[in-house]
Write a protein that binds this ligand. Structure first.
Ligand SMILES: Cc1ncc(COP(=O)(O)O)c(C=O)c1O
Length: 490
């Protein structure tokens, strides 16, 4: 009997003996048997006992068209019949060339050059090097630091950890990270200290005069004030430090791992204007937001206008292969790439790469995925799904049934439902109480898998999820929050 044919009990033992799971407190993990997913079909994951669960986390935000999609399966098989892997160091391959051309075509602005890696973090890592190298080779080596936004998450390699530093997650590695200037993100639920509109209470009783009282993230005056505050802080910093700043890194429109912190309309454009005004590069990390998640192919597209035609560098991963295989891409303008070209003696080459860079199987999957966007008119479907989500989650406004829901933040299919002790003060639950995690875990018994982030319940439905499954998912979520009995009292 090989381990993959072993009964779940044996697999549990082997898992506990040998596997170190990512982002997982391992001592606690080993206290109960893991849910072992053996197969999947469409939008369902299937465990070793044959139980089916809606994949409400899109297999960590990457699945796009569902699982075992015939067209993507076939594209990978076809490529497998040719070759599984060849290198891009000194050689080229048809799928990687074709995909680069298509990515250049569908991304906004002047992004014409594609550099492949294999994870969101490495896509960001390359972006940082491109930015610093760009200024270095253009005779401005002092422009070598970065600005990021509070709460940002860009991955777990050293550079990406630096620009997404979190005391909670990274304190043991503080000595490894380089200094980064963090500008406050326009976070309506947790605004910067001393920011007055933060204390605007939500109604605690059903408010017949204003049944659709806005969540903090929908409050026009609050979001506007926070946007202006954030942009003013950015401008202030750039006025003093632009001469040693290489770039601003932003998760455009929605900061995902921060707990779905959405930005007011015009924010990305405002950041782009300041980047241009102060001559620093704008790096859009679309690892989570890319490939339709926010209702457009790329989140930056929500913000395009006459003065902003796209970022200087864009990082893509997760959904790029439809969620099938590890692949990432960092796109840059011709101007940026040109800075790395010259005589060999100029020493401009970007000496960076990974063994599996541009893996042909992954690129073939990505090409098939892009085809499906068109044939299935997926963006239309996503926008219909987003409207269904918004409509269904309206029920959570009722303070009698949902006294612990204090904000709902949604952009397309990225949704955060924030829980707190009460609506009046929005005092967060102690994170060690794991309240959102416990509620999410309870949903597994009803056939749904989702993962929280701190006190925020995260919904990340598969973009191609049929509307009846989506509705079922939303019903499970709302019922589970409404019926939860075990709210912490301290
Ligand atoms: C915005 C963003 N950037 C980068 C990453 C890192 O991607 P990966 O886990 O593929 O390294 C993530 C992962 O969630 C992300 O949300």
């Amino acid at each position: 009997m090989t381990p993959t044919q072993a009964p779940a009990q044996t697999l549990t033992q082997l898992d506990h003996q040998h596997l170190w799971h990512p982002f997982t407190p391992m001592r606690q993990w080993r206290q109960s048997p893991p849910l072992i997913i053996e197969q999947a079909q469409g939008e369902y994951l299937i465990d070793t006992d044959g139980r089916r669960y809606i994949d409400g986390v899109s297999s960590l935000w990457c699945n796009v068209h569902g699982h075992r999609v015939p067209q993507i399966d076939q594209a990978i098989r076809d490529q497998l019949d040719k070759v599984a892997h060849t290198t891009l160091l000194g050689l080229a391959s048809p799928p990687s060339i074709q995909l680069a051309q298509q990515l250049a075509e569908i991304t906004p602005g002047q992004l014409n050059k594609v550099f492949y890696t294999d994870a969101g973090a490495t896509a960001v890592e390359v972006a940082l090097k491109m930015a610093v190298g760009y200024w270095h080779h253009n005779g401005q080596p002092a422009k070598n630091t970065f600005i990021a936004f509070s709460g940002a998450y860009h991955g777990d390699t050293t550079g990406s950890m630096s620009i997404g530093y979190s005391e909670q997650f990274h304190h043991a590695f503080r000595s490894m990270v380089f200094p980064v200037q963090f500008v406050p993100a326009p976070n309506t639920c947790h605004p910067p200290p001393g920011f007055a509109p933060a204390n605007t209470p939500l109604p605690t009783r059903p408010n017949t005069a204003a049944p659709n009282h806005p969540w903090p993230s929908e409050d026009p005056s609050l979001t506007h004030a926070l946007k202006e505050h954030s942009l003013a802080e950015l401008d202030r910093h750039l006025q003093q430090h632009a001469h040693h700043t290489a770039g601003i890194v932003i998760e455009p429109v929605m900061q995902g791992a921060a707990g779905m912190v959405c930005q007011p309309p015009g924010f990305v454009r405002g950041v782009a204007d300041l980047a241009r005004k102060h001559s620093v590069l704008l790096i859009a990390d679309e690892v989570a937001t890319g490939f339709g998640r926010t209702g457009k192919m790329f989140a930056c597209e929500h913000e395009l206008d006459d003065s902003f035609d796209g970022p200087d560098i864009m990082c893509l991963a997760k959904g790029i292969t439809g969620g099938y295989l590890p692949l990432a891409a960092t796109l840059a303008t011709d101007d940026i790439e040109q800075a790395f070209c010259g005589q060999l003696s100029d020493r401009r080459t970007l000496y960076h790469g990974h063994t599996y860079t541009g893996n042909p199987l992954a690129c073939a999957a990505a090409l098939a995925s892009l085809d499906l966007f068109k044939t299935n008119r997926l963006l239309d479907h996503i926008n219909q799904s987003a409207a269904i989500i918004a409509e269904r989650l309206n029920t959570l406004r009722d303070p009698d049934q949902f006294p612990h829901v204090v904000d709902i933040r949604q952009r397309g299919l990225m949704v955060g439902i924030e829980l707190a002790k009460d609506r009046q003060n929005r005092q967060p639950f102690d994170p060690t109480q794991q309240i959102a995690a416990k509620i999410c875990l309870s949903m597994r018994h009803k056939g749904l898998i989702i993962r929280p982030l701190g006190n925020v319940i995260i919904l990340m439905p598969i973009p191609a999820m049929p509307h009846d499954t989506l509705t079922r998912m939303l019903d499970i979520v709302t019922e589970s929050i409404r019926d939860w009995q075990d709210w912490p009292t301290t």
